[in-house]
Design a protein around this ligand. Structure first.
Ligand SMILES: *Cc1c(COP(=O)(O)O)cnc(C)c1O
Length: 372
């Protein structure tokens, strides 16, 4: 049998290796160094923003952004439930309460009308997630945020390089967060960044990232901060990935195109929606099985039998134990979220997949759909 095709595999080459070697031989392996400076520049360009601040991962990026916005105990932050757990956990860390809103079937991002119905006197912010690379409807969410005086945060971990009405992810809210985890498009092992065009917010995030140390007075700490710094070694890898971004994105788009053709021909499968105002980030090819969770799980198991690793969509966070009420009951009713979560799964996507591996996935998909 052919070798197993992993759902994700970092694409690391000679440039990553030579950058890391250079960081190590320079002895700049902690939180200063040339690659951290280069990363700020490269990531500002990649997001069309004025400030890009590297941090240790995408989860602390969210926490840092929320603390810098002044969010804390007693506040509410509206978030999707169909996302990675970090989006809600970051709200929880601040002492605020995540309030779960439904997503739309047309872009899988927060439903602006449902978000507006959940705004209370305690609401302080909205976190829009660009789920599986498709941008949320940011102009509509911006309008809701503006009507109620709320901050708008982008969790763009899954969508670097995506655009919404021609504007890059990372520049669409008051502040945006990214992850450079090993399965993300730009990887540094662990790592992340926050981006913003707001100079005061950027300064606050820098202060809080570095333990709260006064930038003009060494070892003087005017506030309680965190150690959320990235290392120059991780930045060396991230810089190589950003230098190779065009090449990696082209490879990912070619894989998406092959899967699109296969999915269009196979009965019972539905591709990710693509709004005309959006360009998606080709992260981890998502598709739906409208027959429901039973058939979706059968396909996942059958694909595994063909050596193809896949991933079911996120379990909605409002269904997970930490986010139930004290008697274990659901705190939200989110029909679109529940449906997408039960129908969706992701196909292997990495710029390091070979054409043969992609062919193996396409052939396996055809075999298991027809075998049903
Ligand atoms: C990956 C991811 C994160 C968290 O990133 P880490 O670097 O793993 O902490 C946050 N939000 C979303 C939507 C993600 O996909």
């Amino acid at each position: 049998m052919a070798a197993r095709v992993p759902v994700s595999r970092p694409d690391l080459g000679d440039l990553e290796l030579s950058n890391v070697e250079r960081a190590v031989t320079s002895s700049w392996i902690s939180s200063s160094g040339e690659f951290l400076e280069q990363l700020e520049e490269r990531f500002r360009a990649a997001t069309g923003t004025e400030h890009a601040i590297p941090v240790s991962n995408g989860t602390v990026a969210l926490h840092l952004a929320l603390v810098a916005l002044g969010i804390g105990p007693g506040d509410e932050v509206i978030v999707p439930s169909l996302t990675y757990i970090a989006t809600a956990n970051a709200v929880h860390y601040t002492g605020a309460t995540p309030v779960f809103a439904d997503v739309t079937a047309s872009d899988w991002g927060l439903d602006p009308a449902h978000v507006e119905s959940l705004v209370s006197p305690r609401t302080r912010a909205i976190i829009a997630v660009h789920l599986y690379g498709h941008p949320a409807d940011m102009p509509a969410l911006r309008a809701v945020a503006d009507r109620h005086g709320l901050a708008l945060v982008e969790d763009a971990a899954e969508a670097p390089f995506a655009t919404c009405h021609g504007q890059l992810a990372g520049s669409l809210g008051d502040v945006a967060t990214f992850s450079f985890y090993g399965n993300k498009i730009v990887s540094s092992g662990e790592g992340g960044a926050v981006t913003t065009n707001d100079a005061a917010l950027a300064a606050r995030m820098r202060l809080l990232r570095g333990q709260g140390m006064d930038p003009n007075r060494r070892y003087y700490f005017p506030v309680v901060g965190f150690n959320y710094r990235m290392t120059n070694v991780a930045a060396a890898i991230a810089c190589a990935q950003l230098a190779r971004a065009d090449e990696m994105l082209d490879a990912r788009r070619a894989i998406y195109a092959r899967y699109d053709r296969a999915v269009a021909e196979l009965p019972g499968l539905v591709a990710q929606p693509q709004q005309p105002w959006a360009t998606i980030s080709p992260w981890l090819y998502p598709l739906l099985v409208p027959a429901g969770a039973g058939e979706r799980d059968r396909l996942i198991d059958a694909l595994a039998g063909h050596g193809v690793e896949t991933r079911p969509f996120f379990i909605p966070i409002h269904r997970l134990p930490p986010y139930l009420d004290d008697s274990g009951r659901l705190l939200a009713d989110l029909p679109v979220t529940d449906r997408l979560s039960s129908e969706g799964f992701n196909l292997p996507t990495s710029s390091s997949l070979t054409p043969d591996e992609v062919g193996q996935v396409v052939a396996a998909l055809a075999a298991v759909v027809q075998g049903g």
